[in-house]
Design a protein around this ligand. Structure first.
Ligand code: NAD
Length: 275
């Protein structure tokens, strides 16, 4: 398993397991399957309503605490200093953990304009040793700049929608310039149209791999952290079996050429859903 080092020296697995849309009573089984397959990083959020199932799977696994990495996220209606601190405590209670590995602001909600206040709470949690690294999700260049200006602190990581059809080139370049790790959500394009493209089937056939594995390999080779999701054991295993081959420069360019600029999820510049 390859790793990525964050700007504060914390090391995280480059590939993890996403659990969005897995109900709590199924999350324990799915996470247990992922841990069995070798995953050591789990991406959840308050809004996924499955932190308890994730926590149960981690406890039952018996894997030592320093061998797995857990990310969770602060929800949109909690962008207030005290509320954010309480939300963190509640997430930790559900997960059954003392120290979290990575805490993210889930969306910036620019129309509300309180993410810098939420960020101050994350800084406090970090200073108190309750979380090993802090970052953001769905931040644009504009909201990142405002965060730098108002707080002077650069997030360790920004988790954003990113897949070959929506490659976020400009944002990735901005991250690289500022030492922010790029983490890709919906890395497989949610399994919709992307994985059926004949271009990917052609590349996959050359390496004896699947289109999903080619896409994940593309992410790893451009330096992204990826968190593919599946509840199907064979796919969970397939999605981590991507460390024994390397795409050639020509095949990387062919995957790059699939970009169409279309998002699958909401536009973070205007998204203000409170849940
Ligand atoms: P994804 O791109 O990981 O796609 C998952 C879907 O692809 C599965 O439900 C399945 O239908 C299909 N699939 C998975 N493996 C496959 C395989 N090997 N072959 C064929 N099809 C396969 O989509 P996602 O779940 O949206 O994103 C992954 C994770 O990112 C989420 O679980 C969550 O943790 C995170 N996420 C974060 C945000 C955010 O706002 N921060 C938003 C969306 C997702």
């Amino acid at each position: 398993m390859d790793t990525i080092t964050l700007n504060n020296g914390v090391v995280m697995p480059q590939l993890g397991f996403g659990v969005w849309q897995i109900p709590d009573d199924e999350a324990e089984k799915a996470v247990a399957t992922a841990l069995e397959a070798g995953y050591r990083s789990i991406d959840t959020a308050k809004l996924y309503y499955n932190e308890e199932g994730v926590g149960r799977a981690l406890r039952v696994s018996g894997i030592p605490r320093d061998e797995f990495f857990v990310t969770t996220k602060l929800w949109n209606d909690e962008h207030e200093y005290d509320k954010a601190l309480r939300a963190f405590d509640a997430s930790m209670e559900r997960l059954g953990l003392d120290v979290l590995d990575l805490y993210l602001i889930h969306w910036p909600v620019p129309s509300r304009g309180r993410y810098a206040e939420a960020w101050k709470a994350l800084e406090k949690l970090y200073a108190d040793g309750r979380v090993r690294a802090i970052g953001v999700s769905n931040f644009t260049i504009e909201t990142l700049r405002r965060l730098f200006d108002e707080t002077g602190v650069v997030p360790a990581l920004n988790q954003v929608e990113l897949h070959p059809q929506f490659p976020q080139r400009e944002l990735r370049a901005f991250h690289a310039e500022h030492g922010i790790v790029t983490e890709a959500w919906s890395p497989l394009g949610q399994g919709r149209g992307l994985l059926d493209l004949p271009e990917l089937a052609d590349i996959a056939a050359k390496y004896g791999k699947s289109p999903a594995q080619v896409v994940l390999r593309w992410h790893l080779q451009i330096g992204n952290v990826v968190i593919p999701k599946s509840v199907t054991p064979s796919r969970i295993a397939e999605n981590i079996d991507v460390f024994d081959f390397e795409l050639s420069a020509a095949d990387m360019a062919a995957v790059d050429a699939l970009g169409n600029g279309r998002r699958l999820g909401p536009d973070p510049a205007v998204f203000d859903w409170m849940g």
